[in-house]
Design a protein around this ligand. Structure first.
Ligand code: HEM
Length: 129
């Protein structure tokens, strides 16, 4: 692990745990996203997203070891992702980020996380409006 990583700067795994748990806590009740996620494996889904984000931001490479290359566009192909779904995904992540105090995730890192979420969500759109 790289000590200069964003991963380390924002508190490592406990912070990613909070971010991803806060996101998934909202998913089952969400009218757009709820039906897409596996109701019987929300914990698995939460882990996969957490491993991916930790790895992306310079933490342990558990995602690679367990899941291989991310290929996010291909892995999202089965889900009907239009612009509204992408916007909602980012919104739920924003809500989760808002619950984490600024001492843990200072504004500059908050910006970087948001920017990444927005870019990836836009890239995953696979259905017209
Ligand atoms: C654009 C709106 C999005 C929708 C509707 C969506 C939906 C989903 C669904 C339904 C799954 C399957 C859950 C599972 O069993 O793992 C999934 C998996 C995943 N998503 Fe998304 N997602 C979106 C955006 C994103 C973004 C922005 C990222 C990354 C920043 C992301 C990263 C992942 C990862 C890493 C997995 C697990 C892939 C695997 O290893 O199988 N998703 N997503």
């Amino acid at each position: 692990m790289n000590d200069n990583s964003v991963y380390a700067a924002i508190g490592g795994e406990p912070t990613f745990d909070r971010l991803v748990s806060g996101f998934y806590a909202q998913v089952p009740g969400d009218d757009i996203l709820g039906p897409m996620y596996p109701a019987d494996d929300m914990e698995g889904a939460a882990n996969r997203l957490k491993w991916f984000l930790m790895q992306y931001w310079g933490g342990p490479t558990e995602y690679q070891e367990r899941r291989g290359h991310p290929r996010l566009r291909m892995r999202h192909h089965p889900f009907p992702i239009d612009r509204a779904a992408a916007i909602r995904w980012v919104e739920l992540m924003e809500n989760s980020l808002a619950l984490i105090e600024e001492e843990t995730i200072p504004p500059v890192y908050r910006h970087m996380l948001r920017d990444h979420f927005e870019r990836v969500a836009a890239m995953l759109i696979n259905m017209p409006d």
